[in-house]
Design a protein around this ligand. Structure first.
Ligand code: GTP
Length: 207
């Protein structure tokens, strides 16, 4: 049901990952459909709001952009509260940012609400010539950690909208599944699995 403020659901999402991987750029592309080559490191926290439509429902996304740099990380921790989805971003041209994904996952396990939905994002995928992380290794990590995997390019505007939409959809489906009287636990599990189908990862090459 639509409430007075013009949306049916409000989801809080977080962008996480090393400094320079393109978190702010992904948010800027998604919220303002724009991109800049200038790099202004996020020093604290910033959020943007975008309302999207899913199955005829208006879903307001409140997306928090966290600082990737270690020295700002203590500020970051309180922002996990209430987060329903996390986009964990690395840069396909930087192996180091991919290797750090496991550290970010550890931090997420420590601070985020259990059951938070996560997706893995390999950004800057238009830079194929500088690629240091294969899609196979990223898919493997994603599968191990129950995440879907997307390659995106904030610069080339590839898969950005899709990634945000997907995360919102998984959260929405989860809410619906929990809200609807359940036939049996098994049935519910199947629905959740479908919502987050892991065989479904999209990449730069698949479109
Ligand atoms: P912190 O705020 O320090 O955590 O960094 P961040 O992850 O928010 O990175 P940011 O969005 O500021 O981007 C860092 C640099 O990468 C900027 O120079 C961007 O222009 C560039 N960049 C972001 N996305 C892409 C992309 O898809 N392709 C290319 N080639 N460059 C990108």
């Amino acid at each position: 049901m639509m409430d007075k403020s013009g949306f049916d659901y409000l989801f809080k999402l977080l962008l996480m990952g090393d400094s320079g991987v393109g978190k702010s750029s992904l948010l800027f592309r998604f919220s303002d459909d724009a991109f800049t080559n200038n790099y202004i490191s996020t020093t604290g926290i910033d959020f943007k709001i975008k309302t999207i439509e899913l199955d005829g429902r208006r879903v307001k996304l409140q997306i928090w952009d966290t600082a990737g740099q270690e020295r700002f990380r203590t500020i970051t921790k309180s922002y996990y509260r209430g987060a329903m989805g996390i986009m964990l971003v690395y840069d396909i041209t930087s192996k180091r940012t991919f290797e750090n994904v496991t550290n970010w996952l550890q931090e997420i396990r420590e601070h985020a609400t259990e059951g938070v939905e996560k997706i893995l994002i390999g950004n800057k995928c238009e830079m194929e010539n500088s690629r240091q992380v294969s899609q196979e290794e990223a898919k493997a990590i994603a599968q191990e950690n129950d995440m879907l995997f997307f390659e995106t390019s904030a610069k080339a505007n590839f898969n950005v909208e899709e990634a945000f939409q997907y995360l919102a959809r998984v959260i929405l489906n989860k809410i619906h599944n929990q809200g609807v009287p359940q036939l049996s636990p098994d049935r519910n599990q199947v629905n959740l699995r479908e919502a987050g189908s892991k065989g479904n990862s999209r990449s730069c090459c698949s479109r």
